[in-house]
Ligand binder design. Structure first.
Ligand code: GUN
Ligand code: FE
Length: 420
């Protein structure tokens, strides 16, 4: 089987809060799969050709656990608005344009290329309600080397006519899309995507829950992001005590579910997420931009929740998960100050874990560079910055994260192969 040997300073985060570094180490892959990290080349690989990255860093690539593909077309727009107004004014008109396949192709091609450029090789992503352009998104991701899950969005209420499905239509298009996906993609797979409770009738949720169960599908949605949204859900679902129950009662709240935001999830909701093993996608850039709030990330981590990070494009305006990681740190520092320094802010090592190892687990991989996993890696080159003579590889990684040096990514590997 073909052997790939990468040489350089290998930095990963196999344990939460710890950076592990193997200076001048060898990362060995066989048939695209990680075989191991070694400080010296094992005898059996002598003679194998070595891709020598010299003084560069080798790190795992990033997982973006929540973003909206079509909203890439409105990046950096509407940031004076809050969630519900922002959706109506900017987001829904933008997503409606994805009825046009040609437009979808143009945007999604750019998005896929720029995700890879930014070092993201695994995603959980919303498309729009449109089945055809959802396929276009999946095709473009696959062609660029982005792996993971994409959802055709379901919306059958409280949406403008130009972005609304009937319940029947939403279900039949979803089933048709799921059937069409079978055998069509190697590394991009479908996941169910009820937009959020205000956009989905009970009947739609019930049937999506049945489909999820029958087909063993993953699910993504939004939870407790904004106070007006939460009040609206209460009014829409008077028989549910808490937002999470609006999903759980239909079987859409399990270890297969990624819930974005969870800014205002109280003790009971967090307990429910823990008990149901739900995944949290914390989206700090978005939460500040559209003024949703500050999620108590340290508390969630201490309670044992599965916390991951998402860019939430285009609530978030940064595609680079390095930017999202430092946004999470800044947001946690604000929370630390607000709580009388009770709940510690995130460290660099912790935030790096959250953009690599934490998300990898959702894709049945990781943490860190784990033997047996497909290779997903980045080569970082900081030669263009001030000299790193006196810096450790860990310090160089921190500097690259904070300086948002996405353009310092010199090479990328996804699913065992060079991409980008
Ligand atoms: N809740 C429902 N839809 C959306 C969306 O598109 N973005 C965000 N941030 N929250 C949502
Ligand atoms: Fe979102």
């Amino acid at each position: 089987m073909d052997v790939l040997v990468l040489k350089g300073h290998i930095v990963d985060a196999p344990v939460f809060g710890e950076l592990h570094c193997c200076e001048n180490g060898y990362l060995i892959c066989q048939g695209g799969k990680i075989e191991g990290v070694y400080s010296a080349l094992p005898a059996q690989y002598e003679g194998a050709s070595v891709q020598d990255y010299g003084d560069k860093l080798i790190i795992p690539s990033f997982s973006d656990m929540h973003l909206h593909g079509p909203q890439y077309a409105m990046l950096g727009m509407g940031m004076d608005l809050q969630l519900l107004e922002w959706l109506n004014t900017y987001t829904f008109p933008t997503e409606a344009k994805f009825a046009d396949s040609e437009y979808a192709r143009m945007v999604y091609k750019k998005l896929a290329a720029n995700l890879i450029r930014a070092g993201t090789t695994r995603v959980c992503m919303y498309a729009s309600i449109h089945r055809k352009s959802t396929h276009i998104l999946m095709e473009e991701l696959e062609a660029a080397g982005v792996t993971g899950y994409v959802g055709k969005v379901n919306m059958d209420r409280n949406s403008p006519n130009y972005l609304l499905e009937s319940t029947e239509q939403s279900i039949s298009e979803t089933i048709l899309w799921l059937n069409e996906c079978e055998g069509r993609y190697a590394n991009v797979h479908p996941m169910l995507t009820p937009r959020f409770t205000p956009s989905c009738t009970d009947d739609l949720m019930l049937r999506l829950g049945e489909i999820a169960c029958e087909r063993g599908l993953l699910v993504q949605s939004h939870l407790s992001e904004n106070l007006d949204e939460i009040a609206w859900v209460k009014a829409l679902c008077p028989d549910c005590n808490s937002y999470w129950q609006t999903y759980a009662r239909f079987g859409l709240f399990s270890d297969k579910t990624v819930m974005a935001h969870c800014v205002y999830s109280d003790k009971d909701e967090r307990r429910a997420m823990l008990d149901h093993e739900v995944w949290v996608a914390h989206c700090p850039d978005s939460n500040i931009n559209i003024a949703s709030g500050i999620a108590p990330i340290r508390r969630m981590l201490n309670e044992g929740l599965n916390v991951t990070l998402g860019s939430d494009i285009a609530g978030g305006a940064h595609l680079s998960m390095m930017d999202v990681a430092t946004a999470a740190i800044r947001s946690s520092k604000r929370h630390w100050l607000d709580t009388g320094k009770q709940e510690n802010f995130l460290t660099v090592a912790e935030a790096f874990y959250l953009i690599t190892s934490a998300g990898q687990k959702y894709f049945n991989a990781g943490p860190g560079f784990k033997a047996g996993d497909m290779l997903h890696a980045l080569i970082l080159d900081d030669e263009a910055l001030l000299p790193h003579t006196f810096l450790t590889p860990e310090q160089r990684l921190e500097r690259l994260m904070y300086l948002s040096q996405g353009n310092c990514i010199a090479a990328r590997y996804s699913q065992g192969k060079p991409v980008g």
